[in-house]
Structures are given as C-alpha cells and as structure tokens.
Design a binder for this molecule. Structure first.
Ligand SMILES: Cc1cc2nc3c(=O)[nH]c(=O)nc-3n(C[C@H](O)[C@H](O)[C@H](O)COP(=O)(O)O)c2cc1C
Length: 191
C-alpha cells in the first residue's frame, strides 16, 4: 500500500480516498495514473492505494465457510474512506477478471462497502478508445452495487504507452489537466 497526501489548507473538509487499480502488474499504466492522481489531487485530500492480489477466486462455498481476510481488509478500507478512485485497464473489451472477482466478493458482504459510496473511474489503455468499453461495463456493475459514481468528466487515457515516461510519470499535459478537473469534481461529490 502507498499513501500520498496533499496537506495544504483548503476550505473543504479533509477527505480520505482509497485507490483500486484494475491491473496487478508492476509496470501498470493504470497504477501510474493513480500515482498521477495522487500528485494532482486538490488540497486536503489523501489517497491510499489498496492491494487485493491475495483475494481468491469467488466461490460461494468458500464464502459460507468464512470471509477471506484479504476481502475484509479491502472492504474495511473502503468503508472508512470518503471515496474510491478506480483506474482500470480494458481486457478484451471488458473488466479484467481479477478486478471483477474483487467486486463480486465485495458485493456479497452484508454491509456492502460500495453501497452509496462515491466512486470515480479512469482508465488507461494502449488502444485508441482508452478503456471506454470497459468503463461502461464497470458503470453497470457499480450501478448494481448502488455506488454513487461520478458522471463527468470521464477519463479515457488513449495510447497510454505514449503518455507516461519510463519512470511512470504522466507527461501528457491535456491528460493532466482533465484529471485535475475530474479530481476536483470528485472532491465536490464526496463533500
Ligand atoms: C488480456 C489483455 C486484454 C487486452 N484487451 C484490450 C482491449 O480490449 N482493449 C484495449 O484497448 N487494450 C487491451 N489490452 C491492452 C491494454 O490496454 C494494455 O496492456 C494496458 O497497458 C493494460 O493496463 P496496465 O498497463 O495498467 O496493466 C489488453 C491487454 C491484455 C493483457
């Protein structure tokens, strides 16, 4: 887990966001986008990235035997947060299986952590659509979970391999600007 915080003064109450990356790989462009968000966040907001690599495949029999600690840890962190920032790639026009699996586990919890929780979505893809197809599927799933999803601006980071440098820094200025606008809108939604 990683924490970033912008602590300069703000008239809006301090907010704690958690970040979920739909990609597990070390060099993920979507994790790099979350790191860029941490850098560009409005004053008074902190962001903690959550890990879920150890979450097993969903199996209702396992659920009946007891909740996996890895699922409970993510759920507790989401419940304690003011909002959830998701950056997710598109796999085969859809939501990556590992991330969808996490959402399926969360959906079964008695106090479902995403219910009424503010959520903002962004996605980075190497293709020309910047995860658009995935994002509309993810919105549908989050609708089912009754999350309070930010409508606009949407963030589609197209040809993402050209917009981050070798160190994972977001170098594309228009993308940095729209990300700032989304984060400010999300701050308003969470307040
Ligand atoms: C299994 C798989 C399926 C993919 N399918 C798509 C796709 O449908 N659309 C797309 O734009 N990119 C697709 N890609 C390419 C991803 O956009 C690219 O690998 C991206 O960097 C993944 O995000 P990450 O860097 O955060 O891991 C796919 C990649 C993988 C590994």
């Amino acid at each position: 887990m990683q924490e970033n915080s912008n602590t300069s003064s703000s008239p809006i109450r301090p907010l704690r966001w958690v970040g979920l990356c739909g990609s597990l790989r070390a060099g993920s462009l979507n994790r790099a986008a979350l790191n860029a968000a941490a850098e560009l966040m409005p004053a008074g907001v902190s962001l903690q990235l959550l890990a879920y690599r150890d979450v097993p495949f969903f199996d209702a029999d396992d659920q009946a035997r007891g909740w996996p600690p890895s699922v409970l840890a993510v759920a507790d962190a989401i419940r304690a947060a003011d909002g959830v920032l998701i950056a997710c790639p598109e796999y085969n026009f859809s939501i990556p299986g590992g991330f969808k699996n996490l959402l399926d586990w969360l959906s079964r919890l008695p106090e479902q952590p995403l219910k009424h929780k503010p959520v903002a979505i962004m996605g980075a893809g190497t293709g020309p659509l910047g995860t658009a197809r995935m994002q509309y599927e993810l919105r549908r799933v989050l609708h089912c979970l009754e999350a309070k999803v930010l409508l606009k601006p949407e963030i589609f980071i197209t040809h993402a391999n050209t917009k981050f440098d070798a160190a994972g820094q977001l170098t594309d200025e228009p993308t940095r600007q729209v990300l700032k606008v989304q984060l400010a809108a999300f701050q308003t939604l969470c307040t």
